[in-house]
Write a protein that binds this ligand. Structure first.
Ligand code: HEM
Ligand SMILES: *[C@@H]1O[C@H](CO)[C@@H](O)[C@H](O)[C@H]1NC(C)=O
Ligand SMILES: *[C@@H]1O[C@H](CO)[C@@H](O)[C@H](O)[C@H]1NC(C)=O
Length: 465
């Protein structure tokens, strides 16, 4: 069997440093801020805030199409309609899932407001059940904490957003530029590099190594933001910790950097911009590359960042668990956990999710839904229309799309009205192979934008096998 992949070298000609890469503002032919770190996510449809400008949907007890929005925790009625046994996907390995998360993290990181307490009265967001900026807690029996995403202050008016409307930002560049290895900002890059090495090495863990192979350094902040090991600070940087396979992929990339740097010492002196190599399988997915299009804003869209999320995974232990190889072998060998309408998310994610700073275990489905409201994201039906599909106007329309009367009953019990269905959840519930698959269309469109909007691209074809 021959497998074709694109190997793509991306050169960026601005603020080239020893690492030969850009952080934020770049020479894009049309707008230098497009796709830059810490600028707004692109809006493909105008936001729908409760007050038109800023308040999340569901902030007050407003009604939408005659129904109050359901508690986000009620999504479990739909998620848990499934049998909990984890089945195996017959086509894909687990690596596909984790690679997806790794790439997502390279192109989008929506920062949350860093204040832990309400602006008005200083109440701790971890212990409040009422909505007061920046806390937007999720009611279960008590309340689970939720922090609103930061609004952006750099306003590039290139999209459909009415002036003054709150917009969320992307703190990393929208390009696949290995910001997961070098950091999306010059400041962070400094902390990730080994500044005492003349060769341009990345910093490594000073306490652990595996037969001379390096691990990522622990963060030096004490106590760290991660509560998995309180007070020790022994965690990796930021989202790298989210799940074990993700930490493994990051570690692998840093090892590769240091290996190439040592090997390629000569490359630096001869001025070759040894940037980065990305392996895409875009040709299979999108068809042939049609060239650079300077009318396309590459900024990751708000709907991408709030919907293209999550497939199943596992918890973290790395340095003490036999190193990278067993995990990597597992990722390549093991089938992905099957994700379908009966298996939407594992209980690990809906009941036992751990995130930085929050002592309680969270529910990722509820978080995704609440994030959609925080961002004023239009509903599933509006995104169907955006994708050029008919809206679902009746239950039987929805049964056609979802393929299950029982599931549609549950959806309608929770939401009351078809227009109120969240786009991430609606997308997840679509029957695969249905003629009008909104989730797939949005994903494809996002990748087309990403593919055609980078002005310094060189591609070639290799074949293996
Ligand atoms: C299976 C283990 C995973 C866990 C525990 C996890 C956890 C999380 C959490 C806690 C968030 C932030 C939620 C919020 O507050 O809004 C998030 C965001 C996100 N996740 Fe995952 N995730 C997992 C897998 C994945 C996978 C497989 C993908 C993609 C294929 C993915 C893509 C994303 C994206 C795009 C975001 C939003 C990024 C941003 O703009 O900030 N995740 N994830
Ligand atoms: C939401 O409720 C607050 C306080 O009850 C009120 O001041 C505000 O005007 C309401 N906003 C909307 C959009 O109804
Ligand atoms: C930095 O590099 C030097 C070798 O050049 C090495 O001895 C040292 O351990 C490295 N430090 C870190 C934090 O990676």
């Amino acid at each position: 069997m021959r497998i074709f992949v694109y190997v793509r070298l991306v050169f960026c000609l601005c603020s080239v440093n020893i690492f030969g890469r850009m952080h934020s503002y770049c020479v894009f032919r049309k707008s230098p801020l497009w796709g830059a770190a810490s600028t707004g996510l692109a809006r493909w449809l105008p936001a729908e805030y409760e007050d038109g400008e800023n308040q999340p949907k569901g902030w007050n007890t407003s009604q939408y199409s005659g129904f109050q929005l359901p508690l986000v925790s009620l999504s479990n009625k739909i998620m848990h309609s499934s049998s909990m046994a984890i089945l195996e996907d017959s086509a894909y390995s687990q690596m596909l899932v984790d690679w997806g998360q790794y790439i997502d993290h390279d192109i989008s990181y929506t920062p949350q407001i860093s204040s832990q307490s309400t602006f008005s009265s200083g109440r701790d967001c971890l212990h409040t059940c009422s909505n007061a900026e920046p806390c937007f807690p999720m009611q279960v029996t008590s309340c689970l904490p939720f922090f609103r995403s930061s609004p952006t202050c750099i306003n590039i008016q290139t999209d459909v957003r009415p002036a003054g409307q709150r917009q969320q930002m992307n703190s990393v560049t929208s390009f696949i530029d290995v910001s997961t290895v070098y950091g999306p900002s010059a400041d962070l890059e400094k902390t990730l590099r080994n500044l005492s090495s003349a060769e341009g090495l990345l910093a490594v863990n000073s306490e652990y190594s595996e037969d001379g192979q390096l691990y990522l350094p622990f963060v030096s902040v004490q106590p760290s933001a991660c509560l998995q090991e309180p007070g020790t600070g022994r965690v990796l940087h930021g989202r790298v910790n989210e799940i074990l396979p993700l930490s493994v992929l990051h570690t692998l990339r840093v090892r590769e950097h240091n290996r190439l740097v040592i090997y390629q010492e000569i490359a630096r002196s001869s001025g070759i911009p040894f940037n980065f190599i990305l392996i895409y399988t875009f040709d299979e997915y999108l068809g042939p590359y049609a060239g650079y299009d300077d009318s396309v804003n590459p900024s990751v869209s708000n709907v991408f960042a709030t919907t293209q999320r999550e497939l199943p995974g596992t918890p973290l232990v790395l340095c003490s668990s036999g190193g990278l190889d067993p995990v990597l072998r597992g990722l390549l060998d093991r089938p992905a956990a099957l994700q379908n309408q009966e298996h939407l998310m594992t209980e690990d994610l809906t009941q036992r999710l751990l995130v930085l700073n929050i002592p309680e275990t969270l529910d990722l489905a509820a978080l995704n839904l609440q994030r959609g409201r925080d961002h004023g994201l239009p509903g599933y039906n509006d995104w169907r229309a955006f994708c050029g599909f008919d809206r679902v106007d009746t239950r039987s329309d929805l049964i056609e799309v979802v393929g299950s009367g029982v599931l549609v009953e549950k959806i309608m019990d929770v939401y009351g009205h078809l227009d109120n269905i969240n786009v991430w959840l609606g997308g997840l519930l679509e029957r695969p192979g249905c003629a009008a698959v909104t989730a797939e269309t949005l994903l494809r469109y996002s990748h087309t934008v990403l593919h055609s909007s980078h002005s310094y691209t060189w591609e070639t074809r290799f074949s293996f096998g």
